[in-house]
Every structure is written in C-alpha cells, then in structure tokens.
Write a protein that binds this ligand. Structure first.
Ligand SMILES: [Zn+2]
Length: 394
C-alpha cells in the first residue's frame, strides 16, 4: 500500500499532548503521513520527512482530526419506530417498553437482513467520520436470536456487546428472575464466544441492581468485560455497580447522585454521555460539567437505535454537547475520539500519534470548532480507516 501524505493541514488534532499544546495536541500548518494502516508521522509541515512514493492529498488549510470512536450503538434490529417518535413529539412520554416493538420485528427478520441493516448503519456512520463503532445485541431476547444478533454485529465491528438483558423478554414478563437466570446461563454460554463486552439496562422497567450485578458477573465469568446502561430515566444503583465491577463504561448518566459522581471520579469507569437520546426523547440533558469538573473521563456516543436515538452522526452529538451540555468544542471533540477509545479500552484509536491506527477525518472547515459552530452541515470531506480512504476528497 502506498503511503498517504496529507499536506497543508490548517489545524491537525492529534490528541497527543506531546505533539502540540493542550489535551488535543493541536499542530498548526501540519502534515500527516499514513502507511501500512498506521500513522507514520505527524508534525509541522516544515519538518515533513521525505516520504517515498507517497500519494499526496492537499488539505488546502482545512482541519484533520482523529476518526470518531462511537462506543455505544444498537445496530442489529429490524423495522423502525417512526410512528412512536411522532407520537412522542406529540406529547406521549418515552418508556423502556417500546423496545418490545423492535424485538418482535428483529425475531421475524433473517440473519442476512439483520447483517445488512447493521452494515448500512456502520457505512452511514463512517461517512460522518466514525471509524470505530461498538454494536450491541438486545433485540432478540432468546438464546438463538441473541446469538445471531451478535454474529451479525461481528461481521461489521470487533467491538461486539452482549445485551441479552436489554429488557425482560415478553415471554417472561411475569417471571423476570427466570429470564435473568436464562441470560446468566444458557444464553451467555451461547453468546459469550461472539462478544467482547457484556451490558445490562439497569433501569426501572428493565433490570434492578441485583439482577444487573448477576448478569455482569456471569458475563465476566465467561471473559466478557462489563459496561452498563445507568441513570437514563431516573437515579439508580447502576453507577455504583459499574465502579464496583470495574466496568469499562457507564452510559447515559442523565440522573446522578453526588455519590455517583464521586465513585466515577475515583474509579476508572468512563462516563459515556448520549445527548442524541435526550434530544430525541425531549428530555433534560446530563450534567456534563459536573462530571468534567470532578475529573471524570467523559465519552460522547450516538447510541444509534430505532427507539430513542436514530442517528449515527457524531458531529450532531458534538453540536448538542456544546450547545446543550456546556462542553467546550475541545472537550466535546476529545470525548468523541479519545473518550470513546477509553470507553472501549483501546489504545490504538482515538488519536493520531505515530503508531496509532490510521483513522483520520478531513473536515471542510479550518478547525474542529466548526463541528458545533456549523451544526447540521456535512463537514466531513474525507475519511481514512486503517489508512484506506473511505470518502472522496472534495
Ligand atoms: Zn443503549
């Protein structure tokens, strides 16, 4: 593979403080060399090494940032819930129950259909700059439908999460503990070989603290690393459980106690905020400032799913984070790149230091600030994933 020299970069965000000022490690008037799937060199233009047989891309003063790392997505499903969205916008509140609509459609779909939908959404995310994406099961809720959901996810990403404990399967509505037993035994035995992570929706209407702990422990016993949905609809025990079990990430966090914030600051569980959910359910946003000011590591993710956030656009989430959650444009970009990488415990993505995977995004803008300053505008001019161009340079 020929090396790629991206030249005349106005602002290069490396996310490596040793390469430039601030947490974003910004280099002005920069160049970037990609080769063999990794970043070979990043630095000021005047110091560009002679690259043998490099294909030159002229950034023309525009910005280059690391590819987005979206650490929370539900891409394996069938059907959509546009009617439910319209009803909600007309005043009906959001609850966990709507998930069952998608469960019925997912069970009825073929594995090929499920894989095709997931692939279409991964491609859509890539076009808006997402080069790493996590994908959960959770709309099958039987041993077989959860397993084939994970297999469909696996065709498109290595960050696959078992979420058999998304809601209680409809067949178990009046005996939820029996469903938790199924998840913790037969379902995990069938599913664990296809996943890297185990997740649970710890929420009123889904799973309580004891059930969530049982599911995460059973997953961990089979080699999966915990992550959790916590504090979306109300406060609960999810954050404490996450920190107690050293979960990689606790996600949503719209409702937090002071003890939750303290626990997150003291542990290494990343706080993943999903503002497109609050946008799409017309709910109050999480208090990102409270977490950042307490020193908690914050990630931003899109939570693409057909019920509460049907978007793959991280630029949209960045705009929401800046406008609605009082994050600075720098904090929001870091959270959507390095923050996501931390939430997936990945050292090879989310930054552009030499040796990192060659995941870079060329923006049609002089700086990353334009991602929130120019909301809704398609600013992604080109994307490289593993050094391979996924879009056309404008
Ligand atoms: Zn979710």
């Amino acid at each position: 593979m020929t090396d790629v020299l991206i030249d005349r970069i106005g602002t290069l965000v490396t996310n490596d403080p040793s390469l430039g000022p601030g947490p974003l490690g910004v280099i002005e008037d920069a160049a970037l060399i990609l080769g063999d799937g990794v970043v070979r060199w990043a630095g000021p233009r005047r110091a560009t090494p002679e690259a043998a047989a490099a294909e030159r891309v002229d950034a023309g003063g525009r910005a280059v940032i690391p590819g987005f790392v979206d650490s929370h997505a539900h891409l394996v499903f069938a059907g959509d819930r546009a009617a439910e969205f319209a009803a909600r916008m007309a005043g009906r509140p959001y609850g966990a129950g709507g998930i069952r609509t998608t469960v019925a459609a997912t069970r009825a779909a073929s594995s090929q259909q499920l894989s095709r939908t997931a692939g279409r959404l991964v491609a859509e995310a890539l076009r808006s700059g997402t080069t790493t994406i996590e994908c959960k099961s959770g709309y099958g809720l039987t041993v077989d439908d959860e397993r084939r959901s994970l297999e469909a996810a696996r065709e498109h990403t290595r960050e696959v999460t078992f979420l058999g404990a998304h809601v209680v399967a409809p067949e178990y509505a009046d005996r939820p503990d029996d469903y938790v037993d199924l998840v913790c035994t037969t379902m995990l035995d069938a599913c664990a070989p296809h996943a890297r992570w185990v997740d649970v929706f710890c929420e009123r209407g889904a799973f309580d603290g004891d059930q969530a702990r049982a599911v995460l422990r059973a997953g961990a016993a089979r080699g999966l690393v915990p992550r959790i949905h916590a504090g979306q609809l109300g406060p609960g025990p999810g954050v404490q459980i996450a920190v107690e079990l050293d979960a990689a990430s606790a996600d949503h966090l719209t409702h937090l106690t002071a003890a939750d914030v303290e626990a997150l600051a003291a542990g290494r569980t990343v706080a993943t905020l999903l503002p497109a959910v609050e946008f799409s359910t017309r709910s109050p946003y999480p208090d990102a400032r409270r977490l950042l000011d307490a020193g908690v590591t914050v990630a931003l993710a899109a939570d693409c799913n057909p019920g509460s956030s049907y978007t793959t656009s991280i630029p949209f989430c960045i705009a929401l984070a800046v406008r609605e959650m009082q994050m600075t444009p720098d904090e929001a970009l870091w959270a959507a790149t390095m923050g996501g990488a931390r939430a997936l415990r990945r050292g090879d993505v989310g930054h552009l230091a030499p040796g990192a995977r060659a995941d870079a995004v060329l923006l049609d803008a002089p700086s990353h600030v334009h991602l929130s300053y120019r909301p809704g505008v398609p600013l992604v001019a080109a994307v490289w994933r593993g050094g391979v161009a996924a879009g056309e340079v404008a």
